[in-house]
Design a protein around this ligand. Structure first.
Ligand code: ACM
Ligand code: ZN
Length: 733
């Protein structure tokens, strides 16, 4: 008896160990993005074996479930080359049961997987779509193959329970289809990427200076003229001169989405849980319209659609705010937009970067300002947007606009898209307006994500997936809890000046989009970069199976140094954002290789040094170029620097007044805090070296990044003084 008990206990312990091992392995294999709120693997249940033929049951009479069942069937049929059966008969054994449960939050879902099937409970159609996305992510990556998988394929899916719902109501991606035009099928593919990541807003940038993309029945010249430009793709973007018709040149680049295509895309998106927010740019970024209807600009003169970033002075870029015809035109266009996007909860009216110079010099605009008692051109912009808002509101829709709509007074019901950092969003939220956070500090996907030296040309900046992931939309410590409720969510923007093909759209948005998805969905407390980057490795395989041209990640080593003033040394840490990668580095100026020192813990530096580092994974070097951090152990460290003209407010650098002499030189990034920005006035600083000392060299480093409007100085002058009053020039370059 005793022996028997002992034997049983031993078996029991063994069995528990075996189960927990396999559960750990299962947990390892589950790599859902965005991470679900609750996920519990069922220890006592066998895997569910998913195989065809598939039967989907839904509760009779619930239209959202019926629609979801049909959508599931469509996806399964295409993926598994099968014919799914849909039933409302409870007696039939179903692969998936779809049920309505009012307790579940909007867009949320619950999944219970047992050895005999899958039960999904939702309270909304999008919830059912997201449940399907989760279910697909529990299957091997081959399920993402474009051509589908063999219909006899069987997948073991772990028994588990998931309860999931989003943190934010706005989880968006923007796509600029004006600077470059992407065909309707590509737009649908973009929507597929959003849906697989449970993102629910597609901000469709349909109009801009380089081409009008929404078919208009009311204004056909928009389709035939404003949608087309001369193709100058052989020239630099900023240097693309307007068409020369005298030379027989033709406007051959461009296109527009027909109203039929737009309706089809809207339905396609809605079926995938994605709402499209159309953007019609008002009142700026509108020069393409004047190629068709020149009478709507302040200049009133014929002009052509600009083929790039070349803006001659005589090219009007904004609607005339003093011309009533402009408002008639815009109201008619907005009518068409509202009709084409019947489920759009907002109409985006642009509002950014208006070149108000044209208004300052226009008689009609001056008359408008006088009549309306507007004190300046900011108030004229505010008048314009308020009037548009009133019209759009009268059609039952709210407006959303870029953060410039705050200038001169925000329209009463407008929602603000904060893009120039977070400040516009903070200001709007404090004033009681809703906000979508899309700051160019973290969520501009036209920025580089790896060393510019090894990347195709981008607009500038530097935003890696890790940086994206680090963004917190509610701006802790700045917004109160009540104000933070105005933050509807997050969105990343893809401006396409340097993105001619859809494969480039994929490269710039995947996988950074997944980081945005997780910011928008997963509770803040559950955000964990290491865990996310590990899950990203699995999801990259899915993107590969989809033939998506995804980016392999930043191979930049983040070399972070801090000055320890008591020890008079720099302490240096090195970080890679590639999961599981190693870092090799040198400090003697040589190029690092796999034979260089392996970085294991922070190092100290006490002289001027170039630290160079590379990333390797599995014995293979990933970096095409070494990351370099130059530490200048120079004579001004710890001394006092004063400014003739203070640095620009938005470019203060990491170390305030000490930034320029803190020993760190700038990088390729304009916003990493290693450089300081100066605006309008000359850069002019004085360093007090305290005692007479010998100086052999003075070094400064400067940046030019035309896309971000940062330019090199014309010259640099160095003067010295013994008394701080009389200066003698000692060098000029
Ligand atoms: C913007 O990037 N101009 C909104
Ligand atoms: Zn005007």
């Amino acid at each position: 008896m005793k022996r028997k008990t002992y034997y049983l206990i031993t078996l029991g312990v063994l069995a528990t160990l075996l189960i927990s091992c396999s559960n750990a392995k299962k947990a390892e294999q589950i790599a859902i993005i965005p991470k679900p709120v609750h996920l519990q693997i069922d220890n006592n249940e066998s895997d569910f074996i998913f195989f065809t033929p598939i039967t989907i049951y839904y509760e009779q009479g619930v239209t959202s479930l019926e629609r979801a069942a049909k959508f599931y069937a469509q996806i399964f049929d295409q993926k598994f080359n099968t014919q799914t059966t849909i039933t409302t008969d409870k007696e039939i054994k179903a692969t998936i049961e779809l049920k309505f449960e009012s307790r579940i939050k909007e867009e949320g879902y619950e999944i219970e997987i047992e050895d005999n099937g899958v039960e999904i409970e939702v309270s909304s159609y999008p919830g059912a779509v997201y449940a399907l996305q989760t279910l697909l992510q529990l299957m091997p990556e081959e399920v993402c193959n474009r051509q589908g998988v063999d219909k006899d394929t069987k997948y073991a899916i772990p028994a588990l329970k998931i309860k999931d719902y989003p943190r934010f109501q706005w989880r968006g991606m923007h796509l600029d289809c004006s600077r470059h035009f992407f065909v309707a099928d590509s737009v649908k593919r973009y929507i597929d990427y959003l849906s697989m990541n449970k993102m629910n807003r597609f901000h469709w940038h349909l109009t801009d200076d380089q081409g009008w993309r929404m078919e208009s029945k009311r204004y056909p010249l928009l389709n035939t003229k404003a949608a087309w430009r001369v193709d100058r793709s052989q020239d630099e973007w900023d240097n693309r001169k307007p068409i020369d018709r005298n030379k027989g040149e033709e406007a051959t680049y461009g296109g527009y989405y027909t109203q039929e295509q737009i309706r089809d895309i809207v339905a396609y998106a809605e079926a995938r849980g994605v709402m499209i927010i159309p953007e019609i740019e008002i009142p700026g970024h509108s020069s393409e319209v004047f190629a068709a209807y020149p009478e709507l600009s302040c200049l009133g003169k014929p002009q052509e659609v600009t083929p790039g970033g070349y803006y001659p002075k005589e090219m009007a870029t904004c609607f005339c705010a003093g011309n009533e015809e402009v408002f008639t035109f815009l109201e008619n266009i907005l009518d068409e937009t509202i009709e084409l996007f019947p489920n759009a909860a907002y109409i985006h009216i642009g509002g950014d970067e208006v070149d108000k110079r044209f208004w300052s010099e226009c008689k009609k605009c001056a008359t408008r300002m006088r009549k309306e008692g507007l004190k300046n051109i900011d108030e004229l912009q505010s008048y314009f947007i308020k009037r548009i808002e009133k019209y759009v509101n009268s059609k039952g829709r709210p407006i959303i606009g870029w953060d410039e709509i705050l200038e001169g007074g925000i329209a009463p019901n407008a929602t603000v898209m904060s893009w120039r950092g977070i400040n516009g969003g903070v200001k709007a939220a404090k004033a009681g307006h809703d906000v979508v956070m899309t700051p160019n500090s973290h969520l501009y996907f036209d920025y580089y994500q790896n060393s510019p030296e090894v990347e195709p040309k981008a607009i500038g900046g530097f935003i890696t997936t890790k940086r994206v992931y680090g963004f917190e939309p509610t701006i802790e410590g700045v917004l109160t809890e009540k104000e933070a409720k105005h933050i509807l969510g997050v969105q990343a923007n893809l401006w396409c000046e340097f993105i001619p093909y859809f494969s480039d759209v994929e490269r710039m948005t995947l996988p950074r989009m997944m980081a945005v998805a997780e910011i928008g969905w997963t509770p803040k407390e559950m955000k964990d970069w290491n865990d996310f980057s590990k899950r990203l490795t699995s999801n990259a395989k899915r993107l590969g199976a989809m033939d998506a041209n995804y980016h392999k990640g930043s191979t930049v080593v983040n070399i972070e140094a801090t000055y320890n003033s008591s020890k008079k040394v720099f302490e240096v840490d090195m970080i890679s954002e590639i999961y599981g990668a190693q870092i090799y580095y040198t400090t003697d100026g040589s190029e690092p290789t796999l034979k260089s020192t392996l970085f294991t813990s922070p190092i100290t530096i006490d002289r001027t040094t170039d630290i160079k580092a590379i990333i390797a994974l599995g014995g293979k070097v990933l970096s095409n170029i070494a990351s370099v951090r130059t530490i200048g152990y120079h004579k001004a460290i710890g001394k006092r620097l004063t400014y003739g003209h203070k640095f620009a407010e938005n470019y203060p650098g990491n170390n305030g007044d000490n930034t320029l002499i803190d020993g760190f030189t700038g990088t390729v990034r304009h916003d990493d805090g290693y450089m300081q920005g100066f605006n309008s006035k000359d850069f002019d600083v004085t360093i007090d070296l305290e005692n007479p000392i010998e100086i052999s060299t003075v070094t400064g480093s400067f940046m030019q990044s035309v896309g971000t409007w940062i330019y090199l100085p014309k010259e640099m002058v160095v003067s010295t003084s013994a008394d701080g009053t009389t200066f003698t020039e000692v060098g000029r370059v």
